[in-house]
Design a protein around this ligand. Sequence first.
Ligand code: GLU
Length: 310
Amino acid sequence: MTFMPLPWQSSTMPVPSPTQPVFRFAPSPNGLLHLGHALSAIINHDMAAAMGGRFLLRIEDIDRARCRPEFEAAIFEDLAWLGLSWEQPVRRQSDHLGLYAAALERLREMGLVYPSVMSRGEIKAAVAAAEARGQAWPRDPDGTPRYPGRERDLSASEQAALVAGGRPHAWRLDVAKAVGHLAAPLAWCEAGADPAGETGLIAADPAAWGDVILSRSDAPSSYHLSVVVDDALQGITHVVRGRDLYHATSIHRLLQQLLDLPEPVYHHHRLVLGADGRKLSKSNGDTGIAAFRAAGRSPSDLRALVLGTT
Ligand code: GLU
């Protein structure tokens, strides 16, 4: 089957230099940055500087219901206070929705997506009912029950009728079918220095996620879809991010293969944990960069704290 070129496959797209590394820090403006974000931004910035590379900032604001301009302004302020500088203009995902829609359309043409209408409550109930019958329900790497995928096997006309029926729906990737499209086993190159993690060639396991969401009724793209499109379009050579996104790389590699996108090197770094040993969250004010600054501490204190050099 031949397809029309995707927008980024046109000859007018800038071709990234193969010799200059490109790094990015890609926060979502849905809360204040915490010390874990500071670590990620500092590592990206410092690696770019050490390798003569570029450092980009990308605002991942697909989820319009949760993202706010004041959080975006706080990101710029916090990073500038940390002494980091980044290239302009900053890419904002909400400015590029058409590109993600084109990527989704391509996957639809390939017959790899289906509309899903089960609400969170319905999924929960289906899982609880299966478990009550003694059936173990598979969980994704984050521990969330995998989508039951009831609509996966509907015919094209049944799927069209479901969409036309007006129920809010998401588009999901039929991961098993997508994996069936691959010519070779999927892997990624992990360069992370985290002593807890493996480095080298890592076998990807996208099926572990089940049928991930690529767009929802209230958000025109998902994190997974837009992150792979943007990493490719911005010529990102090194994706450096927290270990919490390690397993998501399996899905990213699958989407890159399906959409003909280049493969960056991945580097997953350790997380900064709270006093309770858990991952920091944006709602936890005391571990925010802004709160650290307001307490009179300096950018070099923060660097030393998150890099563990105190
Ligand atoms: N936007 C994501 C976050 O804030 C990070 C995406 C990435 O680095 O791949 O967690």
